[in-house]
Design a protein. Structure first.
Length: 142
């Protein structure tokens, strides 16, 4: 806004499903998408979502669906589930809180994920990179 640009956050735009594979397409302010490596893995106390890096999948009955893997593919994240979540499933990111706060690299939130962009902006005070992290969301899966 300061420079007169229409800025939007790192956010999902659409989602699609082919069987057990869900693809979440993103608006990426500063490509490429990458996984944050300085933070601890989220959802380590939730067996079904332990491999999700902050992503969450549930079926139409709101039961957790196990995530086998997540991978970045261009401006999208491809989530492979252990089974087809079926019609009326939901995909989310950083919506469910942990039992304990994030502790690495600092004590903080109960909800987080690892998806970010590669914004090279460096903070004037911190002198550290300030990438854009994905917004928390929950969306229906067609």
């Amino acid at each position: 806004m300061v420079l007169g640009r229409n800025w939007q956050p790192l956010q999902p735009t659409t989602v699609e499903r082919q069987g057990a594979v869900i693809t979440v397409h993103y608006h990426v302010p500063a490509p490429p998408l990458v996984w944050e490596t300085a933070y601890q893995e989220p959802h380590q106390s939730i067996a079904e979502w332990k491999q999700g890096k902050g992503f969450e999948v549930s079926n139409s009955s709101r039961e957790k669906v196990a995530i086998e893997s997540v991978a970045i593919s261009g401006d999208s994240v491809v989530i492979t589930c252990a089974a087809d979540p079926g019609a009326n499933a939901r995909v989310g990111y950083a919506m469910y809180g942990e039992r304990a706060r994030m502790t690495v690299p600092f004590a903080g939130t109960f909800r987080w994920g690892l998806l970010r962009d590669s914004d090279p902006f460096v903070g004037e005070v911190t002198k550290k990179a300030q990438p854009n992290y994905s917004v928390a969301f929950e969306m229906p899966v067609p």
